[in-house]
Ligand binder design. Sequence first.
Ligand code: SF4
Length: 422
Amino acid sequence: MDRIFIKTYGCTLNASDSEVIAGILKEAGFELVGTEEEAELVIVNTCIVKGPTESKVLDYLAQLKKAGKKTIVAGCMPQALPEKILGYSMIGTEQLTRIVEVVEETLNNNTVVLIAREKNPRLNLPKIRRNRIIEIIPICSGCLGNCSYCIVKRARGELISYDKNAIVEQAQKAVMQGAKEIWLTAQDTGCYGKDIGESLSSLLKALIAIPGNYKIRLGMINPDFVKEYLEDLIKIFSSDRMFKFMHMPVQSGSDEILASMNRRYSASDFVSTVKRLKSEIPSITISTDIICGYPGETDQQFLETVNLLQESRPSIVNISRFWKRPYTKAARLKQLPVEQVKSRSRRLSSLFEWIAFENSKSWIGWEGKVVIDEVGKPGTGTWIGRNFAYKQVVLQGDYRIGQELMVKVTKATAHDLRAIPA
Ligand code: SF4
């Protein structure tokens, strides 16, 4: 049978889509291989969230073309920017179950474009996990937002929530198969169920009732939904089956900029929510995203973002420079000079390094359980474990994926903790 290589760019949802594509193809008898060279056909699961990512994807496609590789483009580029990849076979984010058809036609030198938005089954499909102990479950696709800078909306569209029982069934199966981490993913997990009379709270309550030794990592959730579900989330997060981890993208500390971004919360909403979470759930890891240099951002508004970080002191901040994306409102606004955007992003990064290191230092001396879920950086002889707060704990020595052990934290850096077996 033909050999296929899958190249994945982008977010956890894309990673989950690639796992399903691999599972369906394997079941159909295709061989999945680890390099482009070995493959008769390459599936490129694309991301277009930022300009540089889009360029990287297009460069990679050009390389494959030069190498004469049969190629299928999947992911967000076929959905949002098909004009950039005319002539390629394309499969949309709602068409994963028809991947075999697209592969067979493309291997026969036919070009197939399958990007219609349809409510096709998305859960409990064949899959090959990237990491055998991590089960990624998309709970919905699309979102209820309309953020002025975001091209993902054009790619993933309006909210489609998946059936609660199907999500629970997939989680149960995964736990029985030995998964130790359940990652719930979506563009915005907070809007789950709004289109089907369900809610994120009711879903989480059903999931933590599943017996077994695992922890759930809640994916990206917008601050307005955290505020809406706050009391429920505080109760749900007290369960041992929830990682004490919350990824809540704030994007800016200025209410004027948030309004221009069409975000539905204020800077003080974010700060007070973080403070409440930290007081009710000790050691919770707060992760957030900031867009630096949004069009029109004044020095004062930038300082408001600096103040927000100093007040909320998140442990993880993904700082992005603003990139104008096609078909977005923000692309039509007057852009700031590139140098100004770069300098603000540098200033924010160094501030964040300091805050993160201060946060990490408080973990020195901590003793407790971690689960090894990753091999460390190549050549370092290290492994990565995760504790109850989804902290990255680096261990020297020989371990295995899924191993549980007691450790003691001896050192901290801005981005991880260093530990020894206790
Ligand atoms: S919530 Fe906003 S930023 Fe997130 S995917 Fe939807 S439109 Fe984009």
